[in-house]
Design a protein around this ligand. Structure first.
Ligand code: 5GP
Ligand code: ZN
Length: 115
């Protein structure tokens, strides 16, 4: 999608600090982190939100969760704990209308997380 900021990051038109980049999903650091580790897991295809997925997207959605597990392992927060959040629609706080999973963690012994 031409004017989508995440599509632009995926296409390399604006910079992103990538952790993983290939195939049907990418992972890059959030520009404004809300936790010591804050990564976005993003499908390379432009889907706005969970409200827009179809039954045929089941494999992709499963793979996004597997991606979150892999990135949590890579960043060594799989054992200490991590949170996955998907905002869907303006009323939930979604500001970038391209589906993404927030992967948050790394609070250590002083958790400051909120649901
Ligand atoms: P949302 O509120 O849509 O679920 O989350 C969008 C996230 O994208 C926010 O946490 C915000 O900080 C992040 N974000 C917005 N613009 C950029 C950008 O240009 N680069 C990166 N890496 N993250 C961004
Ligand atoms: Zn997009």
């Amino acid at each position: 999608m031409d004017n989508c900021i995440f599509c632009k990051i995926i296409r390399g038109e604006i910079p992103g600090k990538f952790i993983h980049r290939e195939g049907e999903w990418v992972a890059f650091y959030d520009i404004s982190p809300k936790a010591p580790i804050h990564v976005l897991i993003v499908p390379t295809s432009h889907i706005e939100s969970i409200a827009d997925v179809h039954d045929s997207d089941g494999v992709l959605l499963g793979n996004l969760l597997l991606a979150a597990k892999k990135i949590a392992q890579k960043l060594k927060i799989d054992k200490s704990g991590f949170k996955l959040i998907i905002n869907n629609g303006k009323g939930s706080g979604q500001i970038v209308p391209h589906l993404h999973i927030h992967l948050l963690g790394g609070w250590g012994k002083n958790p400051e997380w909120k649901v």
